[in-house]
Structures are given as C-alpha cells and as structure tokens.
Design a binder for this molecule. Structure first.
Ligand SMILES: N[C@@H](CCC(=O)N[C@@H](CS)C(=O)NCC(=O)O)C(=O)O
Length: 206
C-alpha cells in the first residue's frame, strides 16, 4: 500500500489519479496546507522541499521503504514500477517526457505565480499579474497546438504527461486562462473527466 501525502490542489490530484489509472492500492494522508503541515519536520524527512505531493513506497528497491517527492518523479517512478502510463512507442515515450517536463518547468510555475499575484499578493502588482497570465496563456496555446494534432499529449496513448498537465488545466481561471479560447485543450479536459481513473482519483480528495 503506497502512502500518498497530498491535498486537493492542482499538483495534489496527480498521484491519486495515476495510482487509480494503474490500479494500485494506496492510502491518502491529507495535509492541511493552510496550517503549514507541509513544513512539519516529520514531513520534511519525506519531502525536504516541504510541498505536496510526496509518497512513501513501503516496498521500494531492495524491499526497503522509499520516499519520493516532486510529482514528475513520483509519476515516473510509479509508471516504471507498475508498468503503465508510459507509451510503448519510443517516439511517444519521448513526447511523454517532453510534456511532463513542460508542465514541471512551465505550466506549474507560471499558473501558480499568475494565481498568487492575482489572489494572494499583499499588494497589487499589475505588471506581474499581466506577465504571468500572458505566459500561462502562451503555454496553453502550445498545448492547444499539440492537442489539435493528437488526442493525448504523448500522441495516440494516454500517459503520465496528461495526468501531469491536467491539474492546472482543470483550474484555468486561477491563472486567467479561459478554455473557451482553447477548444482542443477543452475537449482533452472533457476526455480526461470521462476516464474512471481520473474520476476516482479526484473523488479520493473530495
Ligand atoms: N514542483 C512541485 C510543486 C509542488 C507544489 O507547488 N505543491 C503546492 C500545492 S499545489 C504546495 O505544496 N504548496 C504549499 C507550500 O508551498 O508551502 C511538484 O510538482 O510536486
């Protein structure tokens, strides 16, 4: 049974969805981010970066417990261990890695900053809001171009890349992104919601 330290956030939904899609049993340990539980010394031993999600696999390599942090690393670890969510075609595997890294380095930080400057900054900083919203929209347009060509981000197969990008694209308002402007992304989000693994993963955090 994999222990999943998480919360109901765009990054937090990724691991329950991946485990549901893989059919792997897991236990959710919900952290209260408002109460700063992610900075508690016990949790910092699991994730020194003090953020969710993180996992502990009691049966890691060599049969010893293994903790993993960073959602991309977690999903790649789970996909490798349980054999799924990774395209069989070698080119699509590279695309899955590309769009996973694209989320980690682009969508995640830009959507996060756009939302923070819009809703949480102690004083309004117009140019920061504009910069991060513009960049969030530019990145969404990159996904739009990809998804006009193929049904899933890796190509023909559903993969870790779709799960990685879904969390933020399922909360686009936070970053000032209107999915009505991105019909292919909107259709992909609808297809994601039709998957039972996605539905069960989201329900596990409600
Ligand atoms: N790059 C990290 C981002 C994790 C992240 O930013 N998590 C947020 C929740 S969506 C968090 O823990 N925020 C609380 C904090 O920063 O203290 C990942 O993909 O795992």
């Amino acid at each position: 049974m994999i222990d999943v330290y998480t919360a109901n956030t765009p990054n937090g939904v990724k691991v329950p969805i991946a485990l549901e899609e893989l059919g792997v049993p897991y236990r959710v340990i919900r952290l209260n981010l408002g109460a700063q539980e992610q900075k508690h010394p016990d949790f910092l031993r699991i994730n020194p970066n003090g953020r969710i999600p993180a996992i502990v696999d009691p049966a890691g390599p060599g049969g010893t417990p293994l903790s993993v942090f960073e959602s991309g690393a977690i999903l790649w670890y789970l996909a490798g261990k349980f054999g799924g969510l990774m395209p069989t075609d070698p080119v699509e595997r590279v695309r899955a890695l590309e769009y996973t890294c694209f989320q980690i380095g682009g969508i995640g930080p830009m959507f996060g900053q756009a939302g923070w400057f819009t809703r949480s900054a102690p004083e309004p900083v117009g140019f920061a809001i504009e910069r991060y919203r513009k960049e969030s929209n530019r990145l969404t347009a990159v996904l739009e171009a990809r998804l006009q060509q193929v049904p899933w981000l890796a190509g023909s197969e559903f993969s870790v890349a779709d799960i990685m990008n879904f969390g933020w694209l399922d909360a686009p308002d936070y970053a000032g992104v209107n999915l009505a402007d991105y019909p292919a992304v909107s259709g992909w989000r609808d297809r994601m919601h039709l998957r039972q693994g996605v539905q069960r993963g989201l329900s596990a955090l409600r």
